[in-house]
Design a protein. Structure first.
Length: 142
């Protein structure tokens, strides 16, 4: 199959099966969790952090670039800083509302949101809104 014909998840599953590995075996060999392998193969992860990609490549005994070519590409320049600020504010204001839904500015699908609680050097609480798209590689960046 050509690269365009399969997704990242399908590529990883095919490589794993060619090696005769279970998902658990690949997780162990890659120093990743079973949940991470399952999310990748189920298509929940459309692009990977470089550390995850490196570990996965090691486990599959392939080069990083072989995995990278199957990752989804998106031009994040389409998202303006004002949109990002607006998304951050909405997450902070609606964090307690279980019915709160915000859509991705790139593809329109539902964003998965949370608030990270961090502490600075003086032990002051810092609330940092986080969001990622359920379908495309959009992430709310700091």
């Amino acid at each position: 199959m050509k690269k365009q014909d399969i997704s990242l998840g399908q590529f990883v599953a095919q490589k794993r099966e060619q090696m005769g590995l279970s998902q658990e075996d690949l997780a162990f060999r890659s120093s990743l969790t079973l949940e991470q392998i399952q999310a990748i193969e189920q298509g929940l992860e459309l692009f990977l952090a470089s550390t995850i990609r490196q570990k996965l490549a090691k486990g599959l005994k392939i080069e990083n670039k072989e995995i990278k070519q199957y990752e989804m590409k998106t031009d994040f320049a389409l998202t303006k800083n004002s949109q990002m600020d607006s998304i951050r504010e909405m997450i902070l204001l609606n964090s307690q509302n279980p019915n709160f839904v915000i859509n991705c500015p790139l593809c329109g699908e539902k964003l998965i949101t949370r608030i990270a609680k961090l502490y600075d050097l003086e032990d002051n609480l810092i609330l940092r809104p986080k969001a990622r798209c359920s379908k495309c590689p959009f992430q709310l960046t700091d």
